[in-house]
Design a protein around this ligand. Structure first.
Ligand code: NDP
Length: 445
């Protein structure tokens, strides 16, 4: 790490004790922006890095709700409004039992740089709750979402802070959240949330955008190496929103996804994942991934093993943070993997990133590779503001252009700063430079 950044990192550690994922996310950025710090002493004078590491606002609130048997539950809600130099705070809500303040801060911090990379006018934020929607009835999820919004509504707005979905928050949850916002405020303010259903102000391709975008980004990384998805075996971890639409696009681009997973294990389908069956199991029936193997004779379910042992030329971790460790990365390298693209946020541990980069595997960090979701959200905001709605084809073409631009920006910046082929450095420096420039222009606020 650059000498000038070491003391800043030490201060982040001491001011945010125990928030290990946040520390990891900050460290990854500070480790790579040294060359930009040298090139722009004016940023240091304005203490831009210190300010970027401190969220503008952190909101924590109680969320009481009643289950179907009349029992009362208390969860905790969060919204971290990290940086609004480039536009309103923008970033998803995560409902998962593992969510702590540090989780939301790591995700919000990543989001600031990711949103800057899209070139669109959006700041960074993130939120969520330790509520677990899995196994809950629709009515329980609705009561929780209504209680959550009863507090959140006062902090958000189309010009202030615009949440979207993330893990555990899909179309169903966003519908209940939007309904409650509308009821409390008596305003049909479509631009306050993104990822909405098409019938009430949503946009084509938002649901598919993170997964499609990740496939488009990796397509570009392969292209630089004179390769494509055509004929390649691909492993995609997870089987949620990001994973499903990554698989859909990889198949369209000529690849064959041979394995996917959930938190109970993974399925290996030697004929390639049957997407219709996967959607039926995960989106319609909301079953465990093992149900896929029960219904597909070419598939086997492996409980508790490592999906990264499945031989592939491309791996797309698309489930959760720190799911791909050094052992998994070594297995990928051993089996001849050429490229890894992070569909999830920070799914690859720092050790694993090192293993992959040292072996010459092309590595696309999440803040670049999965930026398609937030980019499509910004396009949804644009359509809401102009009361317009674009076709699927037009929206997908816009998304693809944005991903090609993000790839080019990361690639070019890495070369400019003496780290050719290093997308981590390229993404961090390009994102940092854009946010820093805006912060400098806005003065000390
Ligand atoms: P979903 O809730 O739709 O899906 C998450 C998937 O990951 C589920 O299949 C889940 O399985 C699985 N999973 C969770 N924990 C583990 C684990 N420890 N091991 C293996 N699998 C696990 O979430 P999304 O698809 O929306 O999000 C996935 C990732 O992508 C997250 O990191 C998110 O922050 C990131 N992301 C999402 C965006 C979006 O637009 N949705 C945008 C950008 C990034 P189970 O059902 O068993 O929990």
């Amino acid at each position: 790490m650059h000498e000038a950044l070491e003391s800043i990192y030490e201060r982040v550690l001491s001011r945010n004790p125990g928030e290990t994922e946040f520390h990891q996310a900050v460290r990854e950025v500070l480790d790579s922006i040294g060359p930009a710090v040298d090139k722009h002493p004016e940023y240091a004078d304005a203490r831009i890095v210190e300010r970027i590491c401190e969220p503008e606002r952190q909101i924590i609130f109680r969320v009481p709700w009643e289950d179907d048997d009349g029992r009362i539950h208390i969860n905790r809600g969060f919204r971290v409004e990290f940086n609004s130099a480039l536009g309103p705070y923008k970033g998803g809500l995560r409902f998962h039992p593992s969510v702590l303040l540090g989780t939301v801060k790591f995700l919000g911090f990543e989001q600031v740089f990711k949103n800057a990379l899209t070139g669109l006018p959006i700041g960074g934020g993130k939120g969520g709750s330790d509520f677990d929607p899995r196994g809950r009835s629709d009515r329980e999820v609705m009561r929780f979402c209504q209680s959550f919004m009863l507090e959140l509504y006062r902090h958000i707005g189309e010009y202030t802070d615009v949440p979207a979905g993330d893990m555990g928050v899909g179309g169903r949850e966003l519908g209940y959240l939007f309904g409650q916002y509308k009821r409390i405020t008596n305003r049909y303010e479509s631009g306050v949330l993104t990822g909405k259903g098409l019938i009430y102000g949503g946009a084509q391709v938002r649901r598919e955008a993170t997964g499609y975008g990740s496939a488009f980004f990796v397509e570009q990384m392969l292209r630089v190496r004179g390769q494509s998805f055509e004929g390649k075996d691909v492993v995609v971890s997870g089987s949620g929103n990001v994973a499903i639409y990554t698989i859909e696009k990889v198949h369209e681009l000529g690849g064959r996804v041979v394995a996917c997973s959930d938190s109970c294990g993974f399925v290996h389908d030697r004929n390639g994942v049957d997407l219709e069956l996967l959607k039926d199991v995960k989106e319609v029936r909301r079953e465990r991934i093992s149900a896929y193997a029960d219904k597909a004779s070419s598939a086997t379910f492996v409980g508790g093993g490592s999906i990264w042992e499945v031989p592939c030329q491309v791996a797309l971790p698309s489930a959760t943070q720190n799911e791909l460790d050094a052992t998994g990365a070594a297995a990928l390298v051993r089996n001849g993997c050429l490229a890894v693209g992070e569909g999830a946020n920070m799914p690859t541990t720092p050790d694993a990133v090192r293993v992959l980069q040292e072996a010459g595997v092309a590595f696309g960090p999440g803040k670049a590779a999965n930026a398609g979701g937030v980019a499509a959200s910004a396009l949804e905001m644009q359509q809401n503001a102009s009361r317009d709605s674009w076709t699927f084809e037009h929206s997908e073409a816009r998304l693809r252009d944005i991903m090609i631009d993000i790839h080019a920006r990361c690639h070019r910046t890495a070369e400019e700063y003496g780290a050719p082929g290093n997308y981590v450095a390229g993404a961090n420096i390009a994102g940092y430079a854009r946010v820093a420039e805006a912060m400098l222009a806005l003065g000390l606020i």
